[in-house]
Design a protein around this ligand. Structure first.
Ligand code: ADP
Ligand code: MG
Length: 362
C-alpha cells in the first residue's frame, strides 16, 4: 500500500514553498473545502435539509485510489456526487478542480473537467435511449468531444473501451439496450465513461440495481480501471460488504456529516463509531466477529433526532451521554489512518475536519 503522493513529493523535491505549492496543485484533481449543501423546500417554507454538512476532501490525481462514501439512504451520498460533478452548487464552501473553483472555469477548463470527471449512476437503464443501439450510444461522446478523426478510429476506441470493461464488442455493438442484461448495460455505461480517459470515475450505487450474480464482475471492473488505467474511483454505496471488497479507504456519512473515516479494512473489521457498528450489524457478514447484537442498536426508522446542536446520531445511539446532545463531537484520530466523530474516543487527539484526506490511505 502506498500513501499520499504529496507527502512523498515534498520530501523528494525541494524545500522551496513555490515548488511545493505548484506540485500539490498539479497533484490535486478535486477538492471540497468546507462544503455544505442545504435544500430548502419551497420559497416560503422554513424547512431546510442539510444534506451535506461541512465536508472537506481532496482527490489526488497522482495516487489514484478507490474511496468509498458509505451511509444509509438519505445520508447525503448522491448530493456529494452531484456537487462534485458540478450539477448542483454548494450552499457554503468551495469545490475546486485543479485548484480552481468549478463555477469559475474557462470554456477550455470546463471541457477538460467534463472529460476528466465521469460518472456512472445507479440505474443502468435510465440513461439509455431505448431507440438507439450501443454503437450509437458510444459514438455520442466520441463526436461531442471529437475523440476520433475517422469512423475506423471511432470503432477502435469503442472496441478498446468495451474490452476494458470485459465485454466483447461483437456481443453488444448493434444491439438495443433492452437486448442486454443489467450487468452488460452497466458495463457499457462504464465503457462510455472510459472513452473520455477520465481521471476520476464517480460511481453512485452502480451495482444496487444489478443482479447479485453480476455485481462482483462489475466491481472487479472498477478495481481494474484503478489498477491498470490509474483512474481514481469514488465508489458510493449503502452496502458495506461491497465497499470492503472494492475500496482502499472509506468515509461514513450520517445525515451529511462524516462519522468515521479511514482505512477500509480497519473500519469495516473493527468499526469504532456506533453508527458504523449499526451499519455493519445490519448486514449478513460471515467474516466479522460481531460483538454487538442487533438488539443493542435498534434502528429507529425515520427518527432523525432533534434539531439540537449535538451529535446527529445521539437519538439513535445506545451510548449517548449528556455532552453528545450539546456539542457535536469533532473527529478524534484513533490511528494514523482512521478517525471517528464520537465522544467515546475523546481521549484521542482531535484532527481538524479539513484534514480528512490525510486519514485516507491510497
Ligand atoms: P443518499 O444518496 O445518501 O440517499 P441524498 O444526497 O440523495 O442521500 O439526500 C440527502 C438528503 O437531502 C435527504 O434528506 C434527501 O431527502 C434530501 N434531498 C436530496 N435531494 C433533494 C432535493 N433536490 N430537494 C430537497 N431535498 C433533497
Ligand atoms: Mg443516493
Amino acid at each position: 500500500m502506498s500513501y499520499s503522493f504529496s507527502v512523498i513529493s515534498v520530501t523528494s523535491v525541494v524545500n522551496s514553498d513555490n515548488v511545493y505549492s505548484q506540485f500539490t496543485k498539479m497533484a490535486t484533481l478535486l477538492e471540497f473545502r468546507g462544503v455544505t449543501k442545504t435544500y430548502t423546500k419551497g420559497l416560503l417554507s422554513q424547512s431546510a435539509t442539510v444534506a451535506l454538512d461541512d465536508v472537506s476532501l481532496t482527490i489526488d490525481d497522482q495516487a489514484p485510489t478507490i474511496l468509498t462514501v458509505a451511509g444509509e439512504s438519505g445520508s447525503g451520498k448522491t448530493t456529494l456526487a452531484m456537487l462534485l460533478l458540478g450539477f448542483i452548487e454548494p450552499s457554503k464552501g468551495e469545490i475546486l478542480y485543479k485548484g480552481k473553483n468549478i463555477t469559475k472555469l474557462t470554456g477550455e477548463e470546463r471541457v477538460a473537467f467534463r472529460k476528466e470527471v465521469q460518472a456512472v449512476f445507479q440505474d443502468p437503464f435510465a440513461v439509455f435511449n431505448p431507440f438507439y443501439t450501443v454503437d450509437h450510444l458510444l459514438s455520442v461522446p466520441i463526436e461531442k468531444f471529437q475523440l476520433a478523426k475517422s469512423k475506423k478510429e471511432a470503432r477502435a476506441k469503442m472496441d478498446e473501451a468495451l474490452s476494458a470493461v470485459g465485454l466483447r464488442p461483437e456481443d453488444v455493438l448493434g444491439r438495443f439496450p433492452h437486448q442486454l442484461s443489467g450487468g452488460q448495460r452497466q458495463r457499457i455505461n462504464v465503457a462510455r465513461a472510459l472513452l473520455l480517459k477520465p481521471r476520476l470515475l464517480v460511481a453512485d450505487e452502480p451495482v444496487s440495481m444489478v443482479d447479485a450474480s453480476l455485481r462482483a464482475t462489475i466491481l472487479e471492473t472498477l478495481r481494474k480501471l484503478n489498477r491498470d488505467y490509474g483512474i481514481s474511483i469514488l465508489y458510493i454505496t449503502h452496502d458495506l460488504t461491497t465497499a470492503y471488497h472494492v475500496a482502499n479507504s472509506i468515509i461514513v456519512l450520517y445525515r451529511g456529516s462524516v462519522m468515521e473515516a479511514g482505512d477500509v479494512d480497519a473500519v469495516i473489521k473493527n468499526p469504532k463509531h456506533p453508527y458504523t457498528r449499526l451499519l455493519i450489524d445490519s448486514i449478513p457478514w460471515p467474516d466479522i466477529n460481531r460483538r454487538w447484537g442487533e438488539d443493542q442498536l435498534p434502528a429507529k426508522e425515520g427518527d432523525y433526532g432533534g434539531t439540537g446542536n449535538g451529535c446527529k446520531f445521539a437519538s439513535r445511539c445506545p451510548f449517548v451521554m449528556d455532552k453528545c446532545r450539546q456539542t457535536p463531537p469533532p473527529l478524534f484520530q484513533l490511528e494514523p489512518y482512521r478517525a471517528a466523530s464520537c465522544y467515546l474516543y475523546e481521549e484521542s487527539p482531535v484532527i481538524a475536519r479539513e484534514k480528512l484526506s490525510e486519514l485516507l490511505p491510497v
